[in-house]
Design a protein around this ligand. Structure first.
Ligand code: F6P
Length: 474
């Protein structure tokens, strides 16, 4: 018997739309996140009976779950019904850090240094058991919340087993899975133990539709299914290239807090005799896949090979903290800081800081940097999409040249108007930065216009509705 509150549309993701911090006085403060899913889900309107199922990530979230039983106060969520799962901390840590972020993320982004890693031993098997338990908790909660024939949209590599588990519990549901990451090529996917590789594929194939950000990742998934399982069975494969939200960005980027940050940044960047310096802007979470260090090495090579740029350009690099529980991420963050310091001490002058690096997350400051970008540097080793590549052309005030890795999902839509680089080729990236800085104004303006049009072709709300419609019609 399905309750009156049973939902017709369900979203499941590890990170939910809200998170809590626990103060020393025991008070809980809630903060709401942004991103494609949050604005996508808003497209279905408040009258649709929708529920978002997510995990408690930290102590604040766990306390909120303890106080509410997991059904969060809608006053904290902007009206959205949210069911937060209080998965035991050791199970959660093993699933999130020990499998999803260390293994699955590494496989899909090709991040291993293979002479030494990965090594799938009995410790890994124990963490895998936690990953299964964590996926099961989601499947059970979704089965519990869903109305007859409801549509369930399951997100990402954290929840790869959920579609299969949910299908077994509730054959009546329409189930979709969406991967926001790349998908590994077959030979690399086969680094995983054979049984686990098959279990992951079968898990996703439990969905009616498995969808991806680009054709390239969809084809890689299909190739893995063909090689390991003989095909994709009855599961439809879809592609939905999430775009930037132009209306939101343009409005948000012109608020007073962004104006303030813009003035501060301009001051920091400066310029000889009042002539503003040119800017090469990058904004990333400090993930190993973002290739921030090679980006700085390319900038250093630009300053070495072409001394005419010294004093005339600044690399504005925002590298915001991500997954700092993992040592390899902390080490990488430290390396980013070291390389920036090295460049500044080698080339800096009393009036010029060659790399302006910020490591504290500040959305308003990111938008300010977008506004002043002459060149956007987006050079990931591999990336599901990379929304920064789509956002900067929309917001930049004077038009920006985009230096873009061919390994970013965004390359599929933006490649024609970007300066495309192999992310491992530091010299070629340095040459592309020079070309970007010297691009003539008309060419730059025309390209920016086309980039912005391509970048906003599928805004988050349409992206979400397309998936829902395809799932229901399938
Ligand atoms: O950017 C790809 C992605 O998989 C997003 O879909 C997801 O929100 C994020 O990475 C996960 O990151 P985190 O570990 O910080 O929640």
């Amino acid at each position: 018997m399905v309750s009156e509150q049973a939902a017709q549309v369900l979203v499941a993701s590890n990170r939910g739309p809200v998170s809590y911090t626990l103060g020393e006085d025991g008070e809980l403060t809630s903060g709401r996140g942004g991103g494609g899913l949050v604005s996508g889900l808003s497209a279905i309107g408040p009258d649709t009976n929708a529920v978002w199922v997510c995990a408690a990530l930290g102590d604040g979230d766990r306390e909120a779950v303890r106080r509410t039983g997991g059904r969060l106060d809608t006053g904290d969520t902007g009206g959205q019904r949210v069911r937060m799962l209080g998965i035991p901390p050791e199970v959660y840590t093993d699933a999130y850090n020990g499998v999803a972020n260390s293994t699955l993320w590494f496989v899909h982004h090709l991040l291993y240094q293979t002479p030494l890693e990965p090594a799938f031993d009995s410790d890994f098997r124990a963490r895998w058991a936690s990953y299964e338990a964590y996926n099961r908790a989601f499947a059970e909660a979704l089965a519990d919340e869903a109305g007859d024939g409801a549509a369930v949209l399951i997100q990402d590599y954290h929840l790869a087993l959920v579609p299969g588990m949910l299908r077994a519990l509730r054959p009546d549901l329409r189930i979709g899975h969406f991967s926001h990451t790349p998908w590994a090529p077959v030979d690399y996917f086969r680094l995983l133990p054979d049984d686990i590789a098959r279990q992951l594929l079968r898990g996703i194939l439990g969905a009616d539709r498995a969808a991806f950000l680009t054709h390239r990742w969809a084809d890689a998934f299909t190739a893995c299914c063909t090689e390991l399982l003989g095909g994709t069975g009855n599961t439809a494969i879809g592609v939905h290239g999430l775009g930037a939200d132009a209306d939101f960005l343009r409005e948000r980027a012109n608020r007073p807090d962004v104006d303030e940050r813009l003035a501060e940044l301009r001051e920091q960047i400066g310029g000889p005799d009042g002539t503003p310096r040119r800017t090469i802007v990058r904004v990333d979470r400090t993930e190993l896949s973002k290739n921030i260090v090679r980006g700085m090495l390319a900038y250093r090579q630009l300053l070495t090979d072409r001394p005419e740029w010294r004093e005339r350009v600044t690399h504005v690099a925002f590298a915001y903290p991500s997954r700092q529980d993992l040592a390899v991420y902390r080490d990488y963050t430290a390396r980013v800081q070291e390389v920036a310091d090295e460049i500044n001490s080698t080339y800096g002058t009393p009036g010029w800081t060659p790399v302006v690096l910020h490591v504290k997350d500040d959305f308003a400051r990111s938008l300010a940097a977008y506004r002043l970008a002459d060149v956007a540097l987006v050079n990931p080793i591999r990336d599901g999409m990379n929304l920064v590549a789509k956002e900067i052309p929309v917001v930049s005030e004077t038009g920006c040249a985009l230096v873009l890795s061919r390994e970013a999902g965004a390359y599929e839509e933006l490649g024609d108007d970007a300066l495309v680089v192999n992310p491992y080729d530091v010299s070629a990236t340095a040459a592309a930065l020079h070309e970007a800085l010297t691009m003539d104004d008309d060419d730059r303006a025309a390209r920016t216009k086309r980039l912005a049009a391509a970048a906003t072709a599928l805004p988050p709300q349409r992206w979400f509705l397309d998936q829902l419609e395809a799932l229901r019609d399938g």
